[in-house]
Design a binder for this molecule. Structure first.
Ligand code: HEM
Length: 409
C-alpha cells in the first residue's frame, strides 16, 4: 500500500488556499527555490506531498519516466471499487500506465494533427471577431475581458472541433469550473463528484449518438481512429473527450487573460507589440513563461525510494512540480520577473516536458496568437477599467487565472 505521509506534521509554508499566495505566489516560489527547492508541504486534503520549484529539477522530474510516474497506484488496485465515472476519468492520458499512455497518445495524435489545427486558423479568426463585434455592439466601450472574450473563444473552438452542440456549451463552463476548483479542495468534493457523474453521462449520450452516424468532427475521428488493429476503448474515448474539454476550457482562457494583463501592466511592451504585430509569436511564449495558465503539474508518484535535491522521497509519495516557479528561475532566465517579449532564449516549461508534453500546445498557441492580435488590432487603447484594479485570482492549485478582468477601450 502506498503511503500518503503523516497528517500530524506541522503546517508548512506553502498553502495553495491562502489568499495572499493565490494573489501572488511568486515571492513564495522564489524563497523556496533558494531555501528549500524540494519542499514537503501539506495538501488541502490533509496529505503530505513534495513541491519541486527549480527549473533543472522540474525538467528532470518531468523526463524521468521510470522513477516518477503519473498513474496513481489505486488504479491497478481498484478491482472495481472505484465508482464508474471516476474509473472513466482515471483512464485519461495523465493517469494511465506508461504503456497505455504510449498507445493512447499514438492513436490520438492521428486525429489531433498540427495540420488539422492549422486548418482552424480562419475559424478562430472569425470567432474572435464575432465576439469583439458583440462587445462593440453594446456601445459601452468596456467589457469583462474574461467573460466576454477570453472564456467563450476556446470553448467555442473545442466544442466545434469535437462536435458538441452550441446549446450545451454554457453548461460545460459550470461543470468544468467546479471540477477544476474541486481538485484538492475537500469542501467541493461532493459537488465535484456529482458534476463529474453528470458530465460523464452527458458524454456517454453524445458519443452513442455519434456512433449511430459519424460526422465531420473530432469525436467521429476518434471513434474511427485505428492503428494496427488497435482502437480506443469506450472508456478511453470518454476519458479523452473529458480531458480535451477540461483542458480546452480551463487553460487557453487564461493564456488570453494573463497575457492581456501582462501587456496592460507593461505599457511599453504593449506599445512594441502594437508597432510590430509580427512579434505576436514571441509575445505568446513570453506570456506563457511569465504568467502561464498551468501553475502546478498533475501528480507524479515515486516508484521507488529516491534521493532527490538532498531529500529522501519514499516510494509511493506524491510530487508536484511548479511550472510557474520553474519559469521564473533566476538560474535559468536572466531577469525572470521582467516581462520582455523580445527575450532571446525562452525554453519555458509552461506546456510541460517529456511524454506528457501538452497535446493541445499547437492549438493553444494558435488561439492565443489570434485572440490577442485581433483584440489589440481592434481595441489598441485597451486599459484597466479603473485603476488600481484589485483583480482576483481563482483559487486553484493547478490553474492560474483571473475570475474577472474589467477593461475599457
Ligand atoms: C495555454 C494553454 C495550455 C497550457 C498552458 C497547457 C499546459 C499543459 C501542461 C503543463 C501539461 C502537462 C501536465 C503535466 O505534465 O502534469 C498539459 C498536458 C495536456 N494538455 Fe495542455 N495546456 C494548454 C492547452 C491545452 C489545450 C487547448 C488542450 C486540448 C484541446 C490541451 C490538452 C492537453 C492534454 C490532453 C494533456 C495530457 C497530455 C499527456 O498526458 O500526454 N491542453 N497541458
Amino acid at each position: 500500500m502506498f503511503t500518503h505521509g503523516n497528517k500530524n506534521e506541522s503546517q508548512s509554508k506553502v498553502d495553495f488556499m491562502n489568499q495572499a499566495f493565490i494573489q501572488n505566489p511568486f515571492p513564495v516560489y522564489e524563497h523556496l527555490r533558494k531555501e528549500d527547492p524540494v519542499h514537503r508541504f501539506l495538501l488541502p486534503s490533509g496529505h503530505f506531498a513534495w513541491l519541486v520549484t527549480g527549473y533543472e529539477d522540474v525538467s528532470t522530474i518531468l523526463q524521468d519516466h521510470q522513477r516518477f510516474v503519473t498513474n496513481p497506484p489505486y488504479v491497478q488496485e481498484s478491482h472495481g471499487s472505484v465508482p464508474p465515472h471516476q474509473e472513466i476519468i482515471s483512464r485519461n492520458l495523465l493517469s494511465v500506465s506508461p504503456d497505455d499512455h504510449r498507445r493512447l497518445r499514438r492513436l490520438i495524435q492521428k486525429a489531433f494533427t498540427p495540420r488539422m489545427i492549422e486548418r482552424l486558423r480562419s475559424r478562430i479568426y472569425e470567432i474572435s471577431n464575432e465576439l469583439l463585434d458583440q462587445v462593440l455592439a453594446k456601445g459601452k466601450r468596456e467589457m469583462n475581458l474574461i467573460e466576454d472574450y477570453a472564456f467563450p473563444l476556446p470553448i467555442i473552438v473545442i466544442c466545434e472541433m469535437l462536435g458538441v452542440p452550441h446549446k450545451d456549451q454554457i453548461q460545460f463552463r459550470e461543470w468544468s469550473n467546479i471540477i477544476m476548483e474541486g481538485f484538492n479542495n475537500p469542501e467541493l468534493n461532493e459537488q465535484s463528484d456529482q458534476v463529474m457523474r453528470a458530465f460523464v453521462e452527458y458524454l456517454q449520450t453524445l458519443i452513442a449518438d455519434r456512433r449511430q452516424s459519424l460526422q465531420e468532427d473530432l469525436i467521429s475521428d476518434l471513434i474511427a481512429v485505428e492503428e494496427e488493429g488497435d482502437v480506443l476503448s469506450e472508456q478511453e474515448l470518454y476519458a479523452l473527450v473529458f480531458v480535451l474539454i477540461i483542458a480546452g476550457h480551463e487553460t487557453t482562457v487564461n493564456l488570453i487573460g494573463n497575457g492581456m494583463l501582462a501587456l496592460i501592466e507593461n505599457p511599453a511592451q504593449k506599445q512594441l507589440l502594437l508597432e510590430q504585430p509580427e512579434l505576436i509569436g514571441p509575445a505568446i511564449e513570453e506570456i506563457l513563461r511569465y504568467n502561464g495558465p498551468a501553475e502546478v503539474s498533475n501528480i507524479r508518484w515515486a516508484t521507488e525510494d529516491v534521493e532527490f535535491g538532498g531529500k529522501h522521497i519514499r516510494k509511493g509519495e506524491m510530487l508536484f512540480v511548479s511550472f510557474s516557479s520553474a519559469n521564473r528561475d533566476e538560474l535559468h532566465f536572466p531577469d525572470p520577473d521582467t516581462f520582455d517579449i523580445t527575450r532571446k532564449v525562452n525554453n519555458h516549461l509552461a506546456f510541460g516536458k517529456g511524454v506528457h508534453f501538452c497535446l493541445g500546445a499547437p492549438l493553444a498557441r494558435l488561439e492565443g496568437e489570434i485572440a490577442i492580435h485581433e483584440l489589440l488590432r481592434r481595441m489598441p487603447d485597451i486599459q484597466f477599467k479603473e485603476e488600481p484594479e484589485p483583480l482576483k485570482w481563482r483559487p486553484s492549485m493547478i490553474i492560474r487565472g483571473l475570475y474577472e478582468f474589467p477593461v475599457r477601450f
